[in-house]
Design a protein around this ligand. Sequence first.
Ligand code: DGL
Length: 269
Amino acid sequence: MIGIFDSGVGGLSVLREIRKLLPGEDCVYYADNANCPYGEKSREFIIGRAREISEMLIGKGADIVVVACNTATAAAISALREEYSDPGKPGTGRKVLALSGGKRDHIKFIGMEPAIKPAIMMTVTGVVGVLATAGTLKAEKYRHTRELADGKVTVAEHVGQGFVELVESGITSGPDAEDTVRASLKPLLDEGADTIVLGCTHYPFLMDTIRKVAGPDVTVIDPAPAVARHVAEVLSEERKDVPLSSGKLTLLASGSDTFLKRFAENMIR
Ligand code: DGL
């Protein structure tokens, strides 16, 4: 079973790509919406939540956990991998779990990576724009990824101010969405960015609005399809002898699940 989590509905942008590629896999999605947004929360807080949520997903039978949140990936994925890692690797393997049918003895964590690498290949102006949360942009993990661009292209960054709140209120288009998107996108376009990387899983739900504001000459990259392909690759390596499950989807939330279920109904089925 694949466990997936985010601070809210954002990770559904990753789940929908996973469902397209792996319709027969059982998935359990957890929205930590009682604590959304994560963007301005401390690293320690996010690591704590990521641990608790992963533990819960693993308890429900997940043997692969997708951290479908750039902010949580940047803050917590190293800690999670360290804790539930391959016992064969020296210096790791603190939590070795006996899982369903004894098929697996360690948990795979897959996280989000801002698509800076493909953006470097695509830009013509030599300026790549990154939209992400404040937490992602200040994280060491992101700074490390950003170094890929050093000496090759300029990277301009901006927080998608208010984007998460818009999506969590179910607003993905219209004048309010356009104004909010324009305020954060314009500084990147003004710097000459012709390729925009969406570094937060909520932002793909604003894709039409972002494309409208950016115009036809700008490429906008959603990393979710690449992450889903990675999940499929990992599963095909790990699951050779495990029978296909029924493709059941379970949606859970730390707060109310009403909006999550409605949003998922509209966006991924
Ligand atoms: N969707 C998340 C991300 O990818 C979190 C956004 C938030 O809660 O601030 O960063």
